[in-house]
Structures are given as structure tokens and as C-alpha cells.
Design a protein around this ligand. Structure first.
Ligand SMILES: Cc1cc2nc3c(=O)[nH]c(=O)nc-3n(C[C@H](O)[C@H](O)[C@H](O)COP(=O)(O)OP(=O)(O)OC[C@H]3O[C@@H](n4cnc5c(N)ncnc54)[C@H](O)[C@@H]3O)c2cc1C
Ligand SMILES: *[C@@H]1O[C@H](CO)[C@@H](O)[C@H](O)[C@H]1NC(C)=O
Length: 442
């Protein structure tokens, strides 16, 4: 079939060593592809990548049965595979709401029942106090705990997978030599031949897979309204060992009214992470067409992280985000609500209009495949995602997967992006003011 690799020995370059790039490499390696090279700006786990830090929620609670099924399959792997199991913590996942018969929770429970999975109803504050012991909690209307869920040590799982891939013979190139500068396109302008990198000679390949997460709009023209970056705030609180012991068994908890969620303390160092599944912040940065943002004519303005800087280094934290997280923390763990953050961070979501992933060949450039669009919910799929992406790569995916993960056609109208799969809460997306963006080093 047109555009499908004709041999397992074709050279494949994957740009991006996060969830999308590494899981794709794993699946391709398992299918026998012998010549795979992964490029990244840094050694994974990449400090400012989206697939890092101490934790990610692993849950199958989705209104869309497609992702619910996929997540259930992934959780099975988190629980059983030698590679991923050490990084999975089956703490359970608690969802609370202020709304009686909240459609989001009711539909999720219906899906769980359909899958013959058990969950525990929470209907009063006494039930909440059992879940979060030793706190002076005043308020719970409704909720449930999905016990077949938990969280993963994100950096740990990524490090383990990268090491595993290296052991299987996948090559890694990181740093300036691993940093994509631009695609090499043949004279006809229709075929990708490899990548130019920030240092040294070009790297040629029969196929290039772009798995560059929130950076992707830098490298693809006219798709920035379909793949865009949003910065999402998160804060960390240092618990004492005694608090750590007391809260060790709390579930990952989300208040679905506000979107604020928090994790049990990280074992060992007792860091408690708070975030919210919301609309985040946009920035304005300029990039030249079709390359990585060097000075050029005809610049376009997009919302993406910097390529040549560590986007997680700045101490800047939007004031409104700080307040919002504090308020959410105060409702769930009031005893620590006034303690200063030991660390804050902006982490990038790669947004698509409906929160669907992208795994598809480019419309006009043959040899170029795009695997991205995590939309703030991709991590949990790490153990299985690559198989579905590899199906798209080999054009054998079932139509449901193919249709959902299609690369959107470039559209000349800059229509408003509706980034929401129904799970986002909190204030609308806000553009960081110029001075905020400067302080954030973005
Ligand atoms: C705060 C936050 C909380 C989240 N919570 C959850 C959760 O609880 N559960 C869940 O399932 N998901 C969650 N997600 C979503 C999930 O983490 C992402 O969907 C997933 O990590 C995206 O992976 P990726 O491979 O697309 O991106 P990344 O991990 O960012 O990988 C892209 C890589 O491309 C590299 N790159 C970019 N440009 C270049 C270049 N020019 N040359 C070389 N390399 C380049 C970058 O360095 C980067 O390492 C969360 C995300 C964030 C930000
Ligand atoms: C959830 O958030 C809402 C809105 O901020 C708040 O009124 C409610 O008390 C919170 N509930 C819990 C259980 O934290």
C-alpha cells in the first residue's frame, strides 16, 4: 500500500522521546523493525517534556468508551508487565462532585458497570474522611472511588522504557545532534528524506516520525490551530514523614467541580503534587514557516515551548493559578493548605480540538508520520499506545482508530479551537501577559 514501509530494514527516525515517541519505538521494535533511531533535545526523562515528573493519573474513567477501553487495557499492563509494574501504584481514583446525578460521574459509573468493574459510592463527608484520614473535612456531596486505578511514577517509567529500548538495539541521539532543526525535503517538495539537526551533518532516514509533543506546531505549517500548546500549572508541597505516613494510602483525588486533583505523597520523599485539569495558559511566540523558529521571513505566531531552553527552569507561576490550586488543596487537605510550594512548574499539554490523539501520515509530505496530540491525557496509555500508533503507521489500524487519530487538514480560517473532551474544568484559557511570558522565559 502506498506510503507503507516496504521492508523491516527501512531506517526510521523518531523525533521526541516522550510517551508518544518511546511507545511507538517499542511497538515497532516488537514488530521487527531493525533500524530505529530516537532523537531528542535531552536524554529522557526530558526535564521540560510533558512525560516527566513524579506522577501521572492512571484511570479508565472516560465518557468516551473508546478511551475507556484503551485505558482499561493499559491498566492491565501497568499491573502485570515486568517493565511497567514497578512504576505503578494502585491507589484507586476518587472523583467528587457537588452536583446530584452529575452526568460526568453517572456516565462513568455506567461504563464501569458495563465493564463489570467495581467502584465504591461516596455520599457523605464521613466517607470522604475515611479516604483522607486525619483532616478536618466539611464538605462532600457525591462521589465514587474506582479501585482499579492509581498513578504512575512518570519519570521512572520513561527512564525504564528508554533503557529497555536501548537494550533492544534502538539508537538514541540527544543534545544538539539530536535536536531537529528542519525536515530535509527532496526537490519535488513532496518527500521527506530525513532531518537537519542543530549540530553536525544531517540525519537521513526513509521515514521520519514526529513525536514532538507541545513543540509540534513549530515544525508543521498551518496546523497550529489543530495542534497547539497550553501551559498547565502544578505545585508540590513537602510533607513531614509523619504526614506522609498518615496520607500514604489516600487515592488520587479529583474534585470534578473545580478540576483540582492531587496525588498521594511520593514514597520516599513525601512530595504531594496538586494540579488541575483545566484550560491552561497560552503564549505567543513567533516561528518561521516549516522550521524551528530561527529568524526568518513571514513569521507566524504560535503557542509552543522554547526549543533551545529548559522550559521548566523558570520560577514564574501565574498568580491566578496559585490561588486556584490553593483553594482546591484547602478543600481536600486543609491542614497543609498554607504551606509554601517547594516547587511549582508549568507543564505543556499538546491540545487538539476534541482531545483526540494524532497518529497519521502528513497530507503532502510522504515519509513523514505524526504521533502527538496527548491533550493532557496521554500518559496512562504508555504501555499500549505504541501498538495503535504502529497500526496507523502500517495502515492496518481499524477504522475507529484511524478516523479518530487522523491528522486534521490545514484550514485557512483561524477558527476558535475548542479544546475540550468534557473533562476540563476551571477558568477559561488565558493568554499570559507579555511581562508574565518574559518572567516565564517563554
Ligand atoms: C501537568 C500535566 C499533567 C498531566 N497529567 C496526566 C495524567 O494524570 N494522566 C495522563 O494520562 N496524562 C496526563 N498528562 C498528559 C501526558 O503527560 C501527555 O499526554 C504525554 O506525556 C505527552 O507525551 P508526548 O510524547 O507527546 O510529549 P513529550 O513527553 O513532551 O515529548 C515530546 C518530546 O519532543 C522533544 N522535542 C521537541 N522538539 C524537538 C526537537 N526540535 N528536536 C528533538 N526533540 C524535540 C521534547 O524535548 C520532548 O521530550 C499530563 C500532562 C501534563 C503536562
Ligand atoms: C469541590 O470544589 C467546589 C468548588 O470549588 C467546592 O465548593 C467543594 O467544596 C469542593 N469539594 C470537595 C470535596 O473538595
Amino acid at each position: 500500500m502506498a506510503g507503507v514501509p516496504s521492508s523491516l530494514h527501512e531506517s526510521i527516525v523518531i523525533v521526541g522521546a516522550g510517551v508518544f515517541g518511546l511507545s511507538t519505538a517499542l511497538a515497532l521494535k516488537e514488530r521487527g523493525y531493525s533500524d530505529i533511531t530516537i532523537l531528542d533535545r535531552e536524554l529522557p526523562p526530558v526535564r521540560d517534556g510533558s512525560s516527566t515528573d513524579i506522577s501521572r493519573i492512571i484511570r479508565s474513567d472516560y465518557l468516551d468508551p473508546f478511551y475507556s477501553r484503551l485505558a482499561t487495557e493499559a491498566i492491565q499492563s501497568w499491573k502485570s508487565s515486568n517493565l511497567f509494574k514497578p512504576h505503578y501504584h494502585p491507589s484507586g481514583y476518587m472523583l467528587t462532585t457537588e452536583v446530584k446525578e452529575d452526568i460526568y460521574l453517572e456516565k462513568n459509573k455506567e461504563i464501569l458497570r458495563g465493564q463489570k468493574q467495581t467502584y465504591r459510592e461516596l455520599n457523605d463527608v464521613a466517607a470522604l474522611k475515611q479516604m483522607i484520614p486525619g483532616e478536618d473535612l466539611k464538605d462532600l456531596k457525591y462521589g465514587y472511588v474506582n479501585t482499579n486505578a492509581g498513578w504512575a511514577d512518570a519519570a521512572g517509567a520513561i527512564r525504564a522504557l528508554a533503557t529497555h529500548l536501548a537494550g533492544l538495539g534502538v539508537s538514541f541521539i540527544t543534545g544538539p545532534r539530536g535536536t531537529l532543526q528542519s525536515l530535509i525535503v527532496d526537490d519535488t517538495g513532496k518527500k521527506v528524506l530525513g532531518v537537519n539537526v542543530a549540530q553536525g551533518s544531517p540525519i537521513h532516514a526513509s521515514r521520519v516520525i514526529l513525536a514532538t509533543g507541545a513543540w509540534t506546531a513549530r515544525y508543521l505549517d498551518d496546523l497550529d490551530y489543530h495542534i497547539t500548546g497550553s501551559a498547565q500549572p502544578l505545585g508540590f508541597i513537602q510533607l513531614t514523614p509523619e504526614e506522609g505516613r498518615r496520607l500514604a494510602n489516600i487515592p488520587v483525588s479529583i474534585n470534578t467541580t473545580s478540576g483540582v486533583f492531587l496525588f498521594p505523597p511520593s514514597p520516599g520523599d513525601n512530595l504531594l503534587k496538586v494540579a488541575y485539569h483545566g484550560h491552561g495558559f497560552e503564549i505567543e511566540t513567533s516561528a518561521a514557516h516549516g522550521d524551528t523558529g530561527k529568524d526568518g521571513v513571514n513569521l507566524r505566531v504560535i503557542s509552543v515551548p522554547q526549543r533551545d531552553a529548559n522550559n521548566a527552569a523558570s520560577k514564574f507561576f501565574p498568580e491566578d493559578a496559585d490561588k486556584y490550586l490553593r483553594a482546591g488543596l484547602r478543600q481536600l487537605i486543609p491542614s497543609i493548605a498554607d504551606r509554601p510550594w517547594v516547587k511549582t512548574r508549568l507543564c505543556w499539554y499538546t491540545e487538539t480540538p476534541k482531545g483526540d490523539f494524532i497518529a497519521d501520515y502528513h497530507h503532502t509530505l510522504s515519509g513523514l508520520f505524526i504521533a502527538t496530540g496527548g491533550s493532557g491525557h496521554g500518559f496512562k496509555f504508555l504501555p499500549v499506545l505504541g501498538r495503535y500508533i504502529a497500526d496507523c503507521f502500517e495502515r492496518t489500524a481499524v477504522s475507529d482508530v484511524r478516523q479518530r487519530w487522523k491528522l486534521p487538514k490545514p484550514s485557512p480560517q483561524k477558527e476558535k479551537l475548542q479544546v475540550n473532551d468534557g473533562s476540563r474544568r476551571g477558568p477559561p484559557r488565558r493568554m499570559l501577559r507579555r511581562e508574565e511570558q518574559l518572567r516565564a522565559n517563554l
